[in-house]
Design a protein around this ligand. Structure first.
Ligand code: PLP
Length: 356
């Protein structure tokens, strides 16, 4: 079975570093566990590092954590499905929202149950994922503030760099603060939270370029992987070998680099591209698209290259690798966010914790 080595000590170290940067700029840090399938040990690391609120996108992941003794407070990051609202209100202290209909349903649940929950209304400042478009935000969020009597709108938030790949900047963050200020004036209500960022927005803190008023970040990728995929960078003050994937070599042969015969599509309907490099030494790993995103793996062996994969086989060109690799040996890789997400989710990948 492929193995995922999760280094808890390095995860805690990354969390502490991100927390320290956020604190320096008076930004509260929410630790996001969703890429780990709500792994309780990952959540514990985040808590050990001094972060209080755990951010999650799925009810099932929160239940998994609660079962293992990770307790509130939780923030629901994905705008909630109405069909799951009862559970979400029950489990979470903070919910990101973007629909008046959902806010009404939350208010109804809170009123009936006699409990309160904190809502952060999402504003779309350009990325085109969730949130009310910024030009209509003031109008819509003022209505939401009026709907909430038992529940409470505590602020506004935005998410960038996830769908449209739009980068967080001083300008789009400032829009969020401006909108908050306008709603406060119009409703005469205090909205203390401006939840501006994720991993992609850490750069603004590094360059002290975050506008005054943004005071909360929700961060997952930087903690888990030390990377920032939106800005296409390794975060050099964080650890990258937090999680390493290991797989076993099941075939080791020298073959041509271009297939022979009439060409169709591969097992996933893709048209593979081949470069003729002559005869190459290739390892086949007991690992595939079901376990991870093979193309997003970075071999720890220098000069090894993942060439292609199907559901259960990954082919790695190891012609230029120094060490001798035989059938039965293993190869190790670091992972992208997408590759980690799939590996954490796959029941056929064993999770091994290190540095406890
Ligand atoms: C996933 C998510 C985050 C965390 O994003 P990272 O890029 O992993 O830091 C923050 N906010 C929302 C709404 C999310 O869905």
């Amino acid at each position: 079975m492929p193995r995922l080595y999760i280094n808890l000590r390095l995860l805690e170290k990354n969390t502490k570093e991100v927390l320290s940067l956020c604190s320096k700029h008076n930004v509260e840090l929410i630790g996001v566990t969703k890429v780990s399938l709500g792994d309780p040990q990952v959540a514990q690391c985040i808590r050990n590092a001094g972060v209080n609120i755990i951010g999650e996108s799925r009810v099932e992941n929160i239940k998994r954590m609660v079962k293992s003794g990770i307790n509130r407070p939780f923030m629901m990051l994905r705008i909630p499905a109405i069909s799951q609202l009862e559970e979400i209100v029950d489990l979470c202290d903070y919910i990101l929202v973007s629909e008046l209909k959902t806010v009404e349903a939350i208010e109804e649940i809170c009123k009936n149950a006699g409990k309160s929950v904190n809502l952060i209304y999402m504003v779309d400042v350009g990325d085109l994922r969730e949130g009310v478009w910024y030009k209509q935000a003031e109008e819509e969020i003022c209505k939401a503030v009026k709907i909430c009597k038992t529940s409470r709108i505590i602020g506004v938030g935005t998410n960038l760099g996830c769908y449209g790949g739009i980068l967080p900047t001083n300008e789009n963050m400032a829009k969020l603060v401006y909108i908050r200020d306008k709603i406060e004036q119009r409703t005469n209500t205090h909205l203390p939270i401006v939840s501006g960022g994720n991993t992609a927005a850490l750069r603004l803190l590094e360059h002290s370029d975050l506008p005054e008023g943004v005071n909360q970040y929700r961060v997952g990728e930087a903690i888990m992987l030390g990377t920032d995929v939106t800005n296409n960078r390794k975060i050099d003050w964080l650890e990258q070998k937090t999680v390493v994937l290991e797989a076993e070599v099941i075939e080791m042969k020298t073959k041509p680099s271009v297939p022979e015969g009439q060409s169709g599509l591969d097992a996933f309907g893709r048209q593979p591209v081949f470069v003729d490099k002559g005869l190459r030494k290739r390892a086949i790993l007991a690992l595939g698209e079901q376990d991870t995103v093979p193309k997003h793996l970075k071999p720890l062996d220098k000069n090894a290259e993942v060439i292609h994969a199907s559901s259960d086989h990954t082919i790695v060109d190891i012609t230029e690798v120094q060490r001798q690799i035989n059938v039965g040996d293993t190869m190790k890789f670091t992972l992208s966010y997408a590759a980690l997400l799939r590996a954490m989710t796959c029941p056929h990948v064993e999770k091994i914790y290190r540095g406890e």
